[in-house]
Design a protein around this ligand. Sequence first.
Ligand SMILES: *[C@@H]1O[C@H](CO)[C@@H](O)[C@H](O)[C@H]1NC(C)=O
Ligand SMILES: *[C@@H]1O[C@H](CO)[C@@H](O)[C@H](O)[C@H]1NC(C)=O
Ligand SMILES: *[C@@H]1O[C@H](CO)[C@@H](O)[C@H](O)[C@H]1NC(C)=O
Ligand SMILES: *[C@@H]1O[C@H](CO)[C@@H](O)[C@H](O)[C@H]1NC(C)=O
Length: 159
Amino acid sequence: MYTSAFTLLALLATPFVAASPVTPRVPASSISYTNCGNANDVLQIQSLTFNPTNPTAGQNLTVNFSGTLGSTIDTGSSGNVTVSFSSIQVVNQAFDLCNELKSDASAPQCPLQQGSRNFSQTVALPANIPAADYKIGVTANTQTGSPLLCVNIDLNLSS
Ligand SMILES: *[C@@H]1O[C@H](CO)[C@@H](O)[C@H](O)[C@H]1NC(C)=O
Ligand SMILES: *[C@@H]1O[C@H](CO)[C@@H](O)[C@H](O)[C@H]1NC(C)=O
Ligand SMILES: *[C@@H]1O[C@H](CO)[C@@H](O)[C@H](O)[C@H]1NC(C)=O
Ligand SMILES: *[C@@H]1O[C@H](CO)[C@@H](O)[C@H](O)[C@H]1NC(C)=O
């Protein structure tokens, strides 16, 4: 029986082919954001960075924010947060910005002074949240009703 060198190589290579990136596998989790605000927003967002970039249920997710506040933010600033889960909206909630910050000792507190701001926030992702595509939208206005910010976050959690 005759085995060509090509056939032999192909057979030897089989385990490597099976392990190659071409093999279909579960896509990694991901997180990204888009700034849905405009050039006149009081908060000009420079960047939001996420660590890790492939968030996992039951693990911490750290968000670093960098931006510039065009005016001081104080009591009365409010907004809305929406969360949709595989295209179904599950949360649509108004929030009072200063009260929200007050409930988190590690967050910056009102009044938030005008100027360049950096802060880092760590969120513990619950261990039991289902793998799904989450879309989180946050909009807020200043205490005088001017647009403050608009951010959409896309969190794709794989199992
Ligand atoms: C998440 O962070 C907190 C404090 O920052 C830490 O105590 C905890 O162990 C971390 N959890 C995981 C799963 O790394
Ligand atoms: C804020 O973060 C940005 C981006 O990471 C960086 O360029 C800048 O130097 C930081 N500013 C301060 C005051 O830490
Ligand atoms: C995020 O912010 C923390 C605290 O300010 C800093 O130690 C860390 O280096 C920052 N990470 C990134 C990726 O910018
Ligand atoms: C939040 O929602 C309320 C009710 O729908 C709306 O009146 C308000 O303008 C919204 N605020 C922002 C900042 O989008």
